[in-house]
Design a binder for this molecule. Structure first.
Ligand SMILES: Nc1nc2c(ncn2[C@@H]2O[C@H](COP(=O)(O)OP(=O)(O)OP(=O)(O)O)[C@@H](O)[C@H]2O)c(=O)[nH]1
Ligand SMILES: [Mg+2]
Length: 179
């Protein structure tokens, strides 16, 4: 199972998402510190809202396999800049919560997430559990393990560590000069 780091403004629905994914009744708990809940690293929204603390988010991301921007469908403004994925060395995904809100504007939030560089976007309702299956399916498998040589080989092709190798390309069988 992939470890996912959740970041987003306060009230975005990060903690509720961790509860919904674990099959718990939603119960409001203000997140005060960054902590690990199962395979999810939950963070206080204030971290994402402050320029100073947001640097810490990048550090926490190294503990995760995947970084998720969590934004409610009715958020009135966007905290995340374009091309956010370029300084996070992990796959970046987007999770849109509160799709049930009467003020939901899902196309706008999707656009923000696409601009940030999210490679997958999930839409969920933490109250009813709608949309969670797709996210669970994405998170259920571990990231494939990679040796340092394999990671370097991918970098030499201009690929991220988690990108698939192009068709017809395979890893060199041994390191150059190791014979
Ligand atoms: N209608 C609806 N309400 C939701 C949904 N997800 C969360 N909420 C509500 O939104 C409020 C805030 O949710 P939290 O999960 O505590 O938000 P958070 O992102 O963890 O906030 P911080 O801990 O302050 O960073 C709670 O009252 C939740 O019940 C959703 O999908 N739909
Ligand atoms: Mg919280």
């Amino acid at each position: 199972m992939k470890t996912v780091f959740l970041m987003g403004r306060t009230e975005a629905g990060k903690t509720s998402l961790t509860q919904a994914l674990r099959g718990e009744e939603l119960h409001y708990v203000k997140t005060q510190v960054t902590d690990l809940k199962g395979n999810m690293i939950d963070s206080p929204g204030e971290y994402a809202e402050s320029k100073i603390f947001s640097v810490g988010l990048a550090c926490f991301s190294f503990e995760a396999d995947v970084v998720a921007i969590v934004q409610a469908a009715d958020e009135p403004y966007n905290l995340f800049g374009a091309c956010l994925h370029t300084f996070i060395l992990r796959p970046l995904i987007g999770i849109i919560t509160k799709t049930d809100s009467p003020w939901a504007n899902v196309p706008m939030i999707r656009l923000w997430m696409e601009n940030a560089g999210c490679e997958r976007i999930f839409e969920v309702n933490n109250v009813t559990g709608e949309g969670l299956d797709e996210l669970v399916e994405y998170l259920k498998d571990d990231m494939p393990p990679l040796t340092l040589e394999e990671a370097r080989f991918k970098q030499s092709l201009g690929l991220n560590e988690w990108d698939p190798l192009p068709e017809g390309v395979s890893y060199p069988s041994s390191r150059p000069g190791s014979e």
